[in-house]
Design a protein around this ligand. Structure first.
Ligand code: HEC
Length: 131
């Protein structure tokens, strides 16, 4: 039985040597569409890059309904449980904080490029308008 373990891989190796490759590879490149959004420079950005951008463009993460921190926690939990994302649990609070702040910054930037009155901020409390 000891022989078999050595002979099988060796014969596979030899078979591989005298064969011409069946396929040839040419250089190829793809051009991804430009993402209209980039991750704003806010605290926690590095944690998001380390844990999220392998699977998502900034747009995918930021162009979501604006949700509170608790909802972000559950979204990140879903990434781990459902999609098996290897997310550093110690970084989760930082990521949550970043997503909330980044969405707020994104909403602000969007509002400032649109004519006034198109978007109504219903979250403003009386007396705080314009502050
Ligand atoms: C292993 C890959 C992977 C990683 C890493 C990952 N996600 Fe996801 N994420 C997914 C998949 C798959 C979906 C579902 C996409 C779809 O439905 O089209 C998704 C969906 C989402 C959505 C859309 C809303 C929702 O609930 O489905 C958001 C927001 C999101 N991810 C945020 C994040 C954030 C923030 C991180 C980092 C903490 C992260 N993801 C890390 C795979 C990943």
């Amino acid at each position: 039985m000891r022989h078999l373990a050595i002979i099988v891989p060796a014969s596979l190796l030899l078979a591989g040597c005298d064969r011409q490759p069946d396929v040839t590879f040419a250089d190829a490149s793809i051009t991804l569409p430009d993402d209209p959004l980039s991750l704003p420079d806010l605290p926690g950005r590095d944690a998001v890059i380390a844990n999220c951008t392998a699977c998502h463009s900034p747009s995918t993460m930021l162009q979501q309904p604006k949700v509170p921190a608790a909802k972000w926690e559950s979204i990140i939990g879903k990434m781990v449980e459902v999609y098996k994302a290897p997310i550093d649990q110690a970084a989760v609070p930082e990521i949550v904080q970043y997503m909330v702040a980044a969405q707020a910054a994104e909403a602000e930037a969007e509002a400032s490029t649109k004519p006034v009155n198109v978007r109504r901020d219903t979250s403003a409390k009386p007396g705080t308008a314009g502050v």
